[in-house]
Ligand binder design. Structure first.
Ligand code: PAP
Length: 316
């Protein structure tokens, strides 16, 4: 039986007047969205809308993205994890949670560890769709850990995920050709993919103390190096004693695909958005896309990636 995700306990209770005020604000956002924002058919039955150049799923994200833009206030002590879907969010959330809470929740505690009880999406809630979907002034932040992944694996992972969502609501699977078409047009959740990644890449160059830019593909190859980098950036570096005691390896093992994907919570339960936790785990490999994309499709994605990132110094 699923417990209440811990982040919900952090919400400050609201008075009736405050709740009514929130309702009015959200009603206004819905009206603005309906009257002024471009919309198109989404990947999983609900429309997507475009706001400030990026696309959002009206079913899952609601009008949270509008509320976040207007009401989210960054505080220097906060840490945000950012990504475009399917680039390693579940993994990064698990690692960051395990690192920050390692004193109160040692990774060696195994079955007692919150990651054994909750999927990481319930421990580190989504800003737009859980914290700001129907509720203002929840939390805020200012250091950002961003994760991205090579374009081809991101697309193939996204395509698989959406087809799982579609089958849950009895929609036919989307052909890969169609998925590629919409993805290349920039019309996937939080897309355009390339602009999303580039925005954070540029910010990480301009303000490296505020934005840590990670690549899933590199983290798979060198998890220890990257976990230490993440801990240092978040202001909780591992001490020499912790390293000697093997804490870094313990956290990597706890958060590994093999471990998390086999936990009961991730095999059988749903997260706070109602999605099956199992939908966040598939292969967890680099390069799996070449088993699905034709040579022409691979070349098309490589070409667009090269054009979009030209001159930026970024390679994916
Ligand atoms: P989200 O944006 O919906 O949260 P996200 O976690 O970013 O999804 O990406 C899911 C991908 O990360 C899946 O990739 P695949 O489809 O190519 O297999 C998933 O398997 C992979 N993944 C999930 N957890 C881990 C993990 N602990 N280590 C490595 N990869 C993982």
């Amino acid at each position: 039986m699923a417990q209440i995700p811990p982040y919900k306990i952090c919400f400050v209770p609201k008075s009736k007047e405050e709740e009514e005020e929130d309702e009015k604000i959200y009603k206004r956002y819905s009206e603005i969205a309906a009257a002024t924002l471009p919309t198109t058919e989404g990947w999983t039955g609900k429309p997507m809308y475009q706001y400030q150049g990026f696309w959002y799923n009206s079913g899952l994200h609601g009008i949270g993205p509008l509320a976040v833009q207007d009401h989210f206030k960054a505080r220097p002590s906060d840490i945000l994890l950012a990504s475009i879907p399917k680039s390693g969010t579940t993994w990064l959330k698990s690692l960051a949670f395990a690192v920050i809470n390692r004193k109160s929740n040692p990774p060696s505690a195994q079955q007692q560890h919150p990651l054994h009880i909750f999927n990481s999406h319930d421990l580190v809630p989504g800003l737009e769709w859980l914290l700001y979907n129907n509720n203002l002034n929840a939390l805020s932040g200012s250091r950002i850990v961003y994760i991205c992944r090579n374009t081809k694996d991101t697309l193939v992972s996204w395509w698989h995920f959406n087809n799982k969502m579609r089958s849950n609501i009895s929609l036919d699977a989307m052909e890969l050709e169609e998925a590629l078409h919409w993805f290349c047009k920039g019309m996937s959740s939080f897309g355009p993919f390339w602009e999303h990644v580039l925005g954070y890449w540029k910010a990480s160059l301009e303000r490296p103390q505020n934005v840590l830019f990670l690549k899933y593909d590199e983290m798979v190859v060198e998890p220890v190096l990257h976990l230490k980098k993440i801990a240092e950036f978040m202001g909780c570096s591992f001490s020499p004693i912790e390293e000697k005691e093997g804490l870094v390896d313990e956290i990597i093992k706890l958060c590994s695909f093999e471990n998390l994907s086999n936990l009961a919570v991730n095999k059988t339960e749903k997260n706070a958005s109602g999605l099956p936790n199992s939908s966040f785990f598939r292969q967890g490999k680099v390069g799996d896309s070449s088993n699905y994309l034709s040579p022409e499709m691979l070349e098309q994605l490589d070409r667009i990636t090269e054009q979009k990132f030209h001159g930026s110094g970024l390679k994916l």
